[in-house]
Design a protein around this ligand. Structure first.
Ligand code: FE2
Length: 510
């Protein structure tokens, strides 16, 4: 059995260099926000926790450097240690803890735990990737509005414990608390207004606010279970800062100046890093901040290109969102970009070199077109999605046509769908280039679901669409097939909701 005393002796040389603060059982439990792991590689993984004895009041740790111990074991009962060490943190990073553990073996499960004083964190399970594996399991999740519903989808996801969870944004929402409102589960319109539990405080804009909002979400036991079950790879969408922001431009520049928005963006990026198992903190230059989120991961037969479509995006044209002002000549501007030029170049380079059976773009918004009205009518597109950036989308489709089995994974719209991606995306008679699978939301409402469902006949490339149910996407990937299972919750009003599979799509059948 693991001996705390033996561990302290083993790591005494590290501890001796550290001006340790007294912190033990006399204070409140510091691991209230659970544990997480992420960025799985064949030989390494990032472990995360944050010390927060008073999670909704800034964290509650005293100022100063704290040394946190950790162990990585090859068994769930934490008997066989394969790595251990001590890592420092302080109020500079909100007492968050990030450890990159390397020297691990590919495709192996590991269990990990953090220790501070007499307190032990929950035990997390993680798994390294295996680029040579013949199969892999991936979950896709997005959009978890805390007030709109419970996180039962994460409870189901945690039980499945996939090789990797891909989260493509709206991990938190920035809005103010609304009054509690109980609704009739069977009344779809009423359901959109329900508030099952409340946000903490007003709309968030400062680092203090963002930390407390992340802490509120992270106190949810289902979300903690999902983080403790699998490694995650994450890239934010808009609500981690503000609705429909693009680079340094807010959705409402008349209400917040670019300077104010940059300060807000810096705070939000810092808080996001502090609550995610990320390898690198934000790069801060004055009030300009950038957080590295786009990256490439290899999970058996799937090469996953995780994209960041907010930090380097051109501002939306033609009315900012949905529905758009149309017709609009600005849409044809070839410099309009979701990713920025450098990320596009990076993506094309990785696609060119890939030898994977499946080449995945995991990203935030719907990639395929979705027409909401006949051709000659106005207001037919959503400008915040790839329909607002059609020239860059075509460049990407042209590249995807040259690689093996492209798959695009999407979130954002709180509505699940399964599409074929066509060489001419507006012509479903043109050749099929690949597939898109969009997840529903974990808990966020879909007030525009009637518009989506009513328009389905106008979109022949769309094989499944569901805005009625909350859930997530399960994917099981082998050399010859990508299976997507759309998991849905039977209720949105109950914390005890049950999950089932609503639809299954196999690419080998397409
Ligand atoms: Fe969302």
């Amino acid at each position: 059995m693991f001996s705390r005393r033996r561990f302290l002796l083993a790591s005494s040389s590290l501890v001796a260099l550290t001006p340790l603060l007294g912190f033990g059982s006399s204070t409140q439990y510091p691991f209230t926000l659970g544990v997480a792991s992420g960025c799985p590689r064949d030989n390494s993984v990032v472990l995360w926790t944050r010390l927060a004895p008073k999670p909704l009041q800034g964290g509650g740790m005293p100022s100063g450097i704290v040394a946190v111990r950790y162990r990585v074991c090859s068994d769930p009962s934490m008997k066989t240690t394969v790595r251990q060490g001590v890592v420092q943190t302080s109020e500079i990073k909100g007492h968050s803890v990030h450890v990159t553990v390397d020297g691990l073996r590919p495709g192996r499960e590991y269990w990990y735990q953090f220790y501070l004083g007499d307190d032990d964190s929950p035990i997390g399970r993680t798994r390294t990737s295996d680029s040579q594996a013949l199969t892999t399991t991936l979950a896709l999740a997005a959009c978890q509005h805390y007030e709109s519903g419970y996180f039962g989808a994460f409870r189901d996801l945690a039980k499945w414990a996939p090789d990797c969870v891909i989260h493509v944004g709206d991990y938190i929402y920035e809005g103010a608390a609304r009054p509690l409102y109980t609704c009739d589960e069977n009344n779809s319109k009423d359901l959109e207004r329900q508030v099952v539990r409340q946000h903490n405080g007003a709309e968030i804009t400062t680092l203090w606010d963002y930390r407390n909002r992340y802490a509120l979400y992270r106190l949810d036991s289902d979300l903690q279970a999902a983080h403790a079950a699998s490694p995650w790879i994450v890239a934010m969408d808009d609500h981690e800062i503000d609705n429909n922001w693009a680079n340094n431009t807010p959705q409402d520049p008349w209400a917040q100046t670019e300077l104010e928005f940059k300060v807000r963006r810096l705070a939000a990026l810092q808080a996001y890093y502090e609550h995610m198992p990320l390898e690198h903190p934000p790069v801060i230059n004055g009030i300009d901040a950038t957080l590295h989120m786009h990256d490439v991961y290899r999970m058996g037969p799937a090469q996953i290109h995780l994209l960041d479509t907010r930090q380097y995006r051109s501002d939306q044209v033609c009315g900012q969102g949905f529905p758009a002002d149309f017709p609009c000549d600005a849409l044809q501007d070839p410099t309009l970009t979701m990713t920025g030029q450098a990320q596009e170049k990076w993506l094309f380079e990785h696609l060119r070199k890939s030898d994977a059976e499946f080449n995945v773009l995991a990203q935030q918004t719907w990639f395929s077109p979705y027409r909401y009205a006949e051709n000659d009518k106005a207001k037919q597109w959503n400008m915040d999605q790839w329909d607002g950036y059609p020239i860059q989308r075509q460049r990407i489709i042209d590249r995807l046509a040259d690689v093996s089995n492209p798959v695009v994974l999407s979130g954002d719209w709180h509505c699940a769908n399964a599409n074929t991606i066509h060489r001419d995306p507006l012509d479903s008679n043109s050749s099929i280039v690949g597939h898109e699978f969009a997840t529903s939301s974990i808990s966020s409402n879909c007030p525009w679901k009637s518009a989506v469902h009513d328009a389905a006949p106008l979109n022949e490339h769309v094989h499944y669409v569901n805005g009625d149910k909350r859930g997530y996407l399960r994917s099981t990937v082998t050399k010859n097939n990508w299976k997507s299972e759309y998991r849905v919750m039977d209720k949105q009003t109950s914390a005890e909701a049950k999950a089932s599979t609503d639809y299954e799509f196999n690419t080998r059948d397409a």
